[in-house]
Design a protein. Structure first.
Length: 276
């Protein structure tokens, strides 16, 4: 039987292999652009534009304080950037080892006062929250769960009216396309079962239409979609003599919010606002 994946046994390897790579850097860069838009949307009329010479990062520091749930947040790399802007984060993870590593990093970055740590499956996080939050982050978790849509539905209930949920998931269509161009036709015909020897490969791809439908049925309006790594993982030639990594990131940023590239991303980031 398929079970939720606990990363206690692979926390250190996960940190190095997922975050300390080009793939991780592209993911962080692309998704952070969306997070800035999300925080601006949450601020609404309270958003204060600083003089033109100030950076977007500084602009966001003038906004109201929001409550954030980083569900299955692992090392909290993205939510730490949010906390650095003055917002308060509940970091929830099934893995005590991941939480321990995250706490070390958060402490080193002088953000400990902004965090509350919750050792729990994301499906039970409501037992640890006093009230709904302004923003839920649910990033790269669904593909590791036995019942991903049920987990997403439960997290939608933790968002207050007018709040936003930010969901990033391993894209079924991207997985299918990758197997097609690699000629893995038999693997596709078998339903692309998870290959256990690849321990850091997600257990499954999530079909985008199921995520979008779930959000809409939960009373949310989808306000943005972004493809994460729309072409990088498909490249056959990674010889950096022909181009720089910055050029790859710039092209990813250029293509990530337009079709058909968006829907071919290895991950898709979708964010939606809960109707009042």
């Amino acid at each position: 039987m398929k079970q939720d994946r606990n990363f206690d046994d692979l926390a250190h390897k996960f940190a190095a292999s997922i975050y300390g790579t080009a793939k991780g850097e592209i993911r962080q860069t692309v998704v952070w652009q969306d997070i800035e838009l999300i925080l601006k949307e949450l601020a609404g009329d309270n958003y204060q534009q600083l003089p033109h010479q100030e950076t977007a990062h500084q602009e966001l520091k003038t906004q109201p304080t929001f409550s954030v749930l980083d569900a299955g947040g692992g090392l909290a790399q993205l939510s730490q950037k949010i906390a650095a802007l003055g917002h308060n984060v509940n970091l929830c993870d099934l893995s005590s080892e991941m939480l321990s590593l995250a706490k070390q990093d958060i402490t080193a970055n002088n953000l400990l006062e902004r965090y509350r740590f919750i050792h729990s499956p994301v499906q039970h996080v409501s037992e640890h929250l006093n009230q709904p939050v302004d923003l839920v982050l649910f990033h790269a978790v669904m593909e590791w769960l036995a019942e991903p849509i049920a987990a997403l539905t439960s997290l939608c209930e933790q968002v207050k009216p007018g709040g936003i949920i930010s969901v990033m998931f391993y894209n079924y269509n991207g997985l299918l396309f990758k197997n097609l161009i690699c000629g893995n036709l038999k693997h596709i015909e078998q339903g692309m079962p998870h290959r256990k020897r690849f321990k850091l490969q997600p257990q499954q791809g999530i079909k985008p239409e199921l995520v979008y439908q779930c959000l809409q049925q939960a009373g949310f309006e989808i306000i943005g979609k972004t493809g994460v790594r729309t072409f990088h993982d498909y490249m056959q030639n990674h010889d950096m003599g022909h181009f720089s990594f910055d050029e790859i990131v710039a092209m990813e940023q250029k293509l990530c919010r337009q079709e058909p590239f968006l829907s071919l991303g290895r991950y898709i980031h979708v964010y939606a606002k809960k109707k009042s």
